[in-house]
Design a protein around this ligand. Structure first.
Ligand SMILES: Cc1cc2nc3c(=O)[nH]c(=O)nc-3n(C[C@H](O)[C@H](O)[C@H](O)COP(=O)(O)OP(=O)(O)OC[C@H]3O[C@@H](n4cnc5c(N)ncnc54)[C@H](O)[C@@H]3O)c2cc1C
Length: 371
């Protein structure tokens, strides 16, 4: 048995860390649990992001490379787009480290090597505690599922389907001959049933990745990425000089709108808060964590569950229409990527769209009301 906390967070990844930082700032007694031993060890290390660093009190130190141009390639068409907005390749380790270092440890307790297996309720269906694999129990007034695609609580209590399709990606860190501030996306059948990306880093290096929405291809991703690297167009941009593969999966669910059940709140991949079109999770998850922290703070003052629900309504207002539109684009991309001519045609049509509009679509900000 452990101390009684205001908030118990399961998972200290993107969502858990940001939420813990915000709750610590609000002086809420918070317990942050993760099954990992080292919170700065990841299966991949770089992120493309349209984040505004200042919005989240982050410094330039987390930037691996600033992006000013994004080029989309299909089999026969190329569309170069200038970014007049914040666009970065971020260093995941430095980013998580920076958040960890700014967490107020007077209020937040962090425990690693704690793998949560179960959530427990009382007779009124109010959540009372979580239990780890060693049968230790952790008590709190509010519980957060921030366990990522694992969704250890969101799946058990039915906020998310138990069986979730995942879009999986693999990456290599390679030599890079292109422009240092230019990122690339590759789409269409020529890219082997998926889509590819190159994120430049400093010192003439880049990350090249390949992902697919098609679960049948997951086992072949590495093989296909190796094939893509040999395509003449890609060979002009990168050269592979090591075998270290990074990667992971993002959830591919319908757009979810329900993140709360009584005193249980879900944030991040546990409820699929990832931009469906570009796979960008950070910006959306950071914003969701900040919304959730405010609602939790209000609930702890009032003890009124309606205050907690403000998180869901704020999220809907900010994101729902954008998400639905991105989901439609994702489905189109999935369909078009099976045919070179459709992808060529889509990129040709994109030439008539203003750069700003293309970037807005990619970043999942289709222009619906911001709060
Ligand atoms: C290959 C790949 C590339 C990506 N590229 C980008 C990108 O370029 N830009 C971008 O913005 N996003 C990207 N994403 C998406 C982004 O990484 C995720 O959306 C985001 O990390 C999800 O954050 P989270 O906090 O929900 O989950 P995570 O960051 O996965 O954190 C979940 C945490 O919960 C812990 N945990 C799980 N189960 C338990 C348990 N039972 N008990 C205790 N702890 C538990 C895990 O150890 C982990 O630390 C990418 C994802 C992948 C896989």
């Amino acid at each position: 048995m452990d101390d009684n906390f205001d908030v118990v967070i399961v998972g200290a990844g993107t969502a858990g860390l940001m939420l813990a930082r915000e709750l610590g700032n609000l002086k809420r007694k918070t317990l942050l649990l993760d099954r990992k031993g080292n919170l700065l060890e990841f299966s991949f290390n770089t992120l493309g992001s349209f984040i505004n660093l200042k919005d989240f009190d982050l410094t330039e130190n987390v930037v691996a490379q600033e992006i000013n141009t994004i080029t989309f390639h299909s089999k026969n068409v190329k569309r170069k787009v200038s970014c007049n907005t914040d666009a970065y390749v971020l260093d995941k380790k430095k980013l998580h480290e920076e958040i960890l270092n700014t967490i107020n440890l007077d209020f937040v307790t962090i425990k690693t090597n704690v793998s949560i297996k179960k959530i427990n309720t009382d007779s009124n269906q109010i959540f009372k505690s979580v239990t780890d694999k060693n049968k230790n129990e952790y008590f709190g007034k509010i519980f957060i599922d921030a366990s990522g695609t694992n969704g250890v609580i969101s799946k058990t209590i039915g906020l998310r389907d138990k069986k979730v399709s995942l879009a999986t990606g693999v990456e290599y860190n390679v030599k890079y001959f292109g422009n240092a501030d230019e990122a690339h996306f590759f789409v269409g059948k020529v890219y082997k049933g998926g889509y590819g990306w190159i994120f430049p880093l400093k010192n003439n290096r880049a990350i090249i990745g390949f992902g697919t929405f098609d679960n049948k291809l997951t086992k072949e991703l590495k093989k296909r990425l190796n094939e893509i690297i040999e395509l003449p167009k890609i060979k002009k941009l990168v050269e592979k000089d090591n075998e270290l593969v990074e990667g992971g999966s993002i959830p591919l669910t319908p757009v979810l709108e329900k993140f709360i059940l009584n005193n249980l709140v879900c944030v991040g991949d546990s409820v699929s808060q990832v931009n469906p079109i570009a796979g960008e999770g950070y910006k959306f998850i950071f914003e969701a964590s900040i919304m959730a922290s405010r609602a939790i703070h209000d609930y702890l003052k009032s003890n009124n569950l309606e205050d907690l629900k403000a998180y869901e309504s704020e999220w809907k207002k900010r994101f729902l229409e954008n998400y639905k539109k991105s989901k439609n684009s994702q489905q189109k991309l999935f369909k078009y990527s099976k045919y070179n001519f459709l992808m060529d045609f889509a990129l040709l049509m994109a030439r008539f769209k203003a750069d700003e509009k293309v970037i807005r679509s990619l970043s999942g900000e289709h222009g619906f009301d911001k709060l």
